[in-house]
Design a binder for this molecule. Structure first.
Ligand code: IMP
Ligand code: MG
Length: 172
């Protein structure tokens, strides 16, 4: 495992993202929609730094059912509904092809006529094949390395690492 971002680099970046989100929202209420399971740890750190009136809801989506190959997108349960006046901020661990976010923003638009902004800890742009704009990106990845830790998994493992690392040859 090669460390890509240490716990303290992540904490600094999360604080910067929170400051930007706060400045952009200027006290307006927010519905933060966390995508399970990968965003759980990022979400917990981020919302505790946001001095805004907010609610958070969790949605379970999964497009990676086995190992690293993209599968079909699965949506579990009901889509949380924004209250009048709330803006929606989706919090995701990593945006890769953009397919998951494209599908979720389309669902929100179709069901509730609501647009959403996207905050992703990692923005992996090499394999993007959907028009997905990451409004708030923690770190941009220019390689298509498979990363784990701080919520991100490989086949369910490594989510508990406090740092973000790249799995190396033989670990995948
Ligand atoms: P997308 O629909 O291709 O953008 O895929 C996004 C989802 O793929 C993320 O929510 C992650 O669950 C998963 N994913 C993509 N790249 C990685 C990675 O490098 N490590 C762990 N999960 C990843
Ligand atoms: Mg995910």
């Amino acid at each position: 495992m090669r460390t890509l971002y240490t716990a303290s680099q992540i904490a600094d970046r999360v604080a910067e993202l929170a400051a930007r989100i706060e400045a952009d929202h200027n006290g307006r209420p927010l519905l933060v929609l966390g995508v399970l399971k990968g965003s759980l740890i990022f979400l917990a750190d981020l919302v505790r730094q946001l001095r805004l009136p907010l609610r958070y809801e969790l949605i379970a989506l999964s497009s990676y059912r086995k190992k690293t190959a993209p599968g079909e997108l699965l949506v579990y349960g009901e889509l949380p509904e924004p209250e009048p006046g709330e803006e929606v901020l989706i919090v995701e661990d990593i945006v890769d092809t953009g397919g998951t976010m494209a599908r979720l923003t389309e669902l929100l638009e179709r069901h509730y006529g609501q647009s959403a902004k996207i905050c992703a800890l990692l923005d992996k742009r090499t394999r993007r094949n959907h028009h997905t704009v990451v409004d708030y990106a923690g770190f941009r990845l220019d390689d298509d390395d498979f990363v784990v830790g701080y919520g991100l998994d490989y086949d369910g493992h490594y989510r508990n690492l406090p740092y973000i690392g790249v799995l190396e040859e033989g670990e995948l």
